[in-house]
Design a protein around this ligand. Structure first.
Ligand code: GAR
Length: 192
């Protein structure tokens, strides 16, 4: 694997649409980017995000998720083979085990559509609206054994308007997700 440029070999894991993957690909193509996306992995054969990987000729693979252990074993081998230094979860909807995190032993980032520690897990936008929160947002954090609880690298707020519904809030939050994920990577790797 080519390493001379000093860019980190990165794996992006997705389960669906892949708009964050697209923003990471865009960032990786910048001259000064700190990452090279060497592989995109999906647990879902029909993930639309795979189209982005294909479009940019990025190596991609679907690993069938029949159970966590076999998925993680195959994933670990793949990461090793591709000399992966950093994993970015981008709408990857499975939970990685503590044992996987220990074995990989390098940073794993996740992007989450809420202002963590608020609203871990699913359905974040509805929960923020139902609770009449004034703000929502997105968080990039290190993946740890406890769901959505690892060290926060970057977070950005958006205002929730009275007129907002789940769809409009999701759209606003996604827009900032696409901005903060590359910034969080820079923040994490700049301290390397
Ligand atoms: C994003 O909003 C991401 O934050 C969220 O899924 C969406 C994926 O969109 N991730 C989680 O909820 C993880 N718990 P995308 O496929 O268009 O990037």
């Amino acid at each position: 694997m080519e390493k001379s440029s000093g860019k980190k070999n990165t794996a992006v894991l997705i389960s669906g649409r892949g708009s964050n993957l697209r923003s990471l690909i865009k960032y990786s193509k910048e001259k000064k980017s700190l990452i090279r996306i060497v592989i995109v992995v999906s647990d879902n054969f029909s993930a639309k995000g795979l189209n982005h990987a294909n479009k940019f000729k990025i190596n991609n693979i679907v690993i069938k998720y029949s159970n966590r252990k076999s998925f993680e074993n195959r994933l670990l081998k793949l990461l090793k083979r591709n000399n992966v230094d950093l994993i970015c979860l981008a709408g990857f909807m499975k939970i990685l085990s503590g044992s996987f995190i220990k074995k990989f032993y390098k940073p794993i980032l996740n992007i989450h559509p809420s202002l963590l520690p608020k609203y871990k897990g699913l359905n974040t936008h509805n929960r923020a609206i139902q609770n009449k929160d004034k703000y929502s947002g997105a968080t990039v954090h290190i993946v740890s054994e406890k769901l959505d609880s690892g060290k926060i690298i970057l977070q950005k707020k958006v205002k929730i308007l009275k007129s907002d519904n789940k769809k409009s809030l999701e759209k606003k939050v996604l827009k900032i997700e696409h901005k903060i994920y590359p910034k969080a990577i820079i923040k994490l790797l700049a301290s390397d």
